[in-house]
Design a protein around this ligand. Sequence first.
Ligand code: HDE
Length: 703
Amino acid sequence: MTIPKTKDAAQGGATLHDQQVGRGTGGETHQVAGVDVPVLTTAQGVPVADDQNSLRAGARGPTLMEDFHLREKIFHFDHERIPERVVHARGYGAHGYFENYDSLADLTRADLFQRPGEKTPAFVRFSTVAGSEGSPDLARDVRGFAVKLYTKEGNWDIVGNNIPVFFIQDAIKFPDLIHAAKPEPDSGFPQAQTAHDNFWDFISLTPESMNMVMWIMSDRTIPRSFRFMEGFGVHTFRLVDAQGGWRFVKFHWKPKLGMQSVVWNEAVKINGADPDFHRRDLWNAIQSGDFPEWELGLQVFDQAFADSFDFDVLDATKIIPEELLPVRKVGRLVLDRMVDNFFAETEQVAFCTQNIVPGIDFSEDPLLQGRNFSYLDTQLKRLGSTNFTHLPINAPKCPFHNFQQDGHMAMHNPRGRANYEPNSWGGAAGGPRESPDRGFTTVPVSDDGPKQRVRSETFADHYSQARQFYRSQTEIEQGHIAAALTFELSKVKTVAIRERMVSHLLNIDGALADRVAQGLRLKGIPQPATPAMAPRDLPPSPALSILENGPDGFSGRKLGVLVTDGSDAGLLAALRKAVEDVGGMVELIAPEVGGITASDGSHVAADERLDGGPSVLYDAVAVLPSEDGVDALLEKPPARDFVADAYAHYKFVAYIAPARKLFDKAGLPAQLDDGFIPLDAGSPPTRFVSACGALRFWNRKGA
Ligand code: HDE
């Protein structure tokens, strides 16, 4: 192979990313196996002749220090890792845009909200909180929902979660909370789980966390997909208009596809079957053009409302129920493009709560105030330089000018003499100047008082909203909360901690406390914890239930179809069409991944082999073996699990007559319930697909 003369591989029509890493489409190419490919070079652009063998003294001799290619390659490899995020280490990001519905000029001067229909580029990173970067997606955990909006007046980050409240009221407790949640420091486990003594010890000693405890024990922490969960800014912020007038605001992201979660037994199995379940789901949806969407909702209120509300709007352990203050939908967020490179974008994106734009302002929420210190600091640790803002994923997409300079890896290096101001160099040579009109101004709220370490009395009610959350759930969801608490506390070895938790539950709901105490076989019911403020009964808020806010169809969901040789080709096609017509997806699972020969002799490719496509990966299943094919399934444990799990997880199951043999073998009841829908002349696939819109057949007895 002759190596032609090379020039910078980044020349030519390469993307920004290509330019960064030199994997460009430009530069010199040569023919390999009849195809033009770029010439491999060192980081210095020197063409490489041999990338298979290091430089040696003799064929079997020692490697030479002189081998600059080997040393550069291994040196770079050795430094590939950067510290993972101390929380939210495991995440997945995508690009998209925010589209504003109407002008909100009467509420805020924020540029992105001025013009109807205006699109603002966005990058979103979803994450779990406690687990390491390699932990499974379906850990029971809060999900991060961090949105970076590249507005024309700077980057605005709404660094939110999928739960609108938090564990603690004051940032000073955050390190304790996270230490308690992470693996215990002596044993180094459990990974990505709160089901251990340290976590529940801390929680049971922190009554302010009780509202959050209800949320994390609900199915909100085991979402079916990032696409089916809500997001929240959590804190109260301010909207500021052009005259300097302001109102409080809470931010909500509402998924267009409605909410949906998995059940716990399913979550445990999904983690084994596909630890990347959530990221794969987002990747597949976006790559197939099924772009997920959320609407941005605002709860806007003034000081008078804040003063009349029973809780302190600066307390991040509280919500404002939607029934009390409706959520106004003001725009939509669409994710339509995956990253080119996971590290460059998803890993290196640096969200900071203090990234704010004119027209938005902070509130005095002590948790938010603490976060504003934390995020800048953590980016320096993680990304290694104050110049992390120069990375393409973090840089504003609007013009930016200032006198910051130098530092590690500086990439935006201003020209000219002026690197300070005031200066007398005049005009453009003097560089940028501040703008009192356009610049960010802080709302001049006044708050003074003695310097003291104190928690306001208005933060003292720890149980009323926890009770409200629990009582706003459907019976099914209440059962899940009780089961989750029983599960988690069963993993706690110290009986006193279990009892302490039940003593808090008694202040939330007596029946819930009883259920958990019985589930734990506690010897007697403990005394209720002494509340700082007596809990009150608040009206239930249906907006808090997932099941009350599910989708109205199967759109965006996935059907898994178990097939064998001889499966009915016509039926398969009709079923696929019925699902795709409502915006759903279909995957075929066959005994072998090579696929099957269908009834009409056609070859049908499979998406998954039986043991790689368990039913937990699907929202509903169809079991369509042929008479001849079903017998081979009976002896296969994954086939029996496929139907037994679908049954246990309340799934809708479409079937044809031969499938009954498999149901019997898997121990399903002889009398099938209405969640099992036969596919025959009297019951076309469309009937099954419309039933699937309910997502689960919760009436199943004994599942
Ligand atoms: Fe964070 N949080 N947090 N947090 N947080 C981080 O910043 C912190 C809190 C949230 O996808 C860190 O870049 C403190 C609430 C998300 O990159 C760190 C406190 C909410 C993400 C940090 C909180 C969040 C983070 C770690 C208490 C919901 C992931 C890596 C005062 C509103 C962003 C990083 C991404 C990440 C600190 C509490 C959401 C260390 C001190 C409340 C979604 O700076």
